[in-house]
Design a protein around this ligand. Structure first.
Ligand SMILES: C[S@@+](CC[C@H](N)C(=O)[O-])C[C@H]1O[C@@H](n2cnc3c(N)ncnc32)[C@H](O)[C@@H]1O
Length: 220
């Protein structure tokens, strides 16, 4: 069982029976859905952008990428909020649960695609997304990096590519759990260096680590 008071370990807490436990945990579902609702609210934060409607110029709902969609709790909320959703996740055990949900609940929806992929190697066309959201995932993207320089390269390459696939003025909210201020600073700088502007909101402003939302706009 993924315990409530410790940070999950990647990939161990998301494979085999752990994927099942994750998906069956009401506590996890509540948490992920709550963080996703907040992230949607932040996507439309007036300090991030002034213009907004919930449909694009030809009347279609906006296209959003759910980075690290897991078993689909966040995607579910995005669909209920009228987005067209692409969910990507690296682990088949997690993604399969999202696929089951898609078949069971969302089959008739116009657009909900799921792709097995790594955030660091996204099979997404340049300039194609209106929004990106990532809930409780981003601290894992450097998994497997052998040293500080490798870690830095992954973080920067990923930020650069996210910037390329977002449309001009497209927005992104990253909710994650940096382990300390130094790690938070590295992630923050990677976005600013790669064409984003924005700001950060912390659930507990007195805490250096802990739940953090980065509200970002593509400024290319
Ligand atoms: C907390 S869980 C999923 C959260 C998701 N918001 C939900 O609603 O279930 C974190 C997910 O991130 C995925 N993940 C971690 N690193 C990844 C990477 N580099 N690329 C894609 N997915 C990744 C894991 O496989 C896991 O499913």
């Amino acid at each position: 069982m993924v315990r409530k008071n410790r940070l999950p370990r990647f990939p161990f807490d998301y494979i085999n029976e752990k994927a099942e436990e994750y998906n069956n945990s009401k506590w996890m579902e509540r948490n992920q859905k709550r963080a996703t609702l907040l992230s949607i609210q932040y996507l439309f934060d007036e300090n991030l952008n002034d213009i907004d409607t919930k449909v694009n110029k030809i009347g279609d709902p906006f296209l959003i990428l759910d980075l690290g969609c897991g078993t689909g709790f966040s995607s579910e909320i995005l669909i209920e909020n009228n987005f067209r959703v692409i969910g990507i996740d690296k682990l088949p055990d997690m993604l399969l649960k999202a696929k089951e949900k898609k078949t069971r609940i969302f089959m008739k929806l116009p657009f909900f695609e799921l792709i097995l992929a790594d955030i660091n190697f996204l099979p997404i066309r340049v300039n194609s997304l209106d929004y990106i959201i990532s809930v409780s995932v981003y601290n894992f993207i450097t998994y497997g990096s052998q040293n500080y320089n490798e870690k830095l390269k992954v973080i920067n390459d990923t930020a650069r590519y996210l910037n390329r696939i977002l449309k001009k003025n497209g927005r992104m909210v990253i909710e994650f759990y940096p382990k300390d201020e130094k790690e938070l600073d590295i992630f923050n700088k990677s976005f600013i260096k790669n064409g984003f502007e924005g700001f950060m909101i912390k659930s507990n402003p007195n805490q250096k680590s802990g739940q953090t939302f980065l509200l970002l706009r593509n400024d290319k």
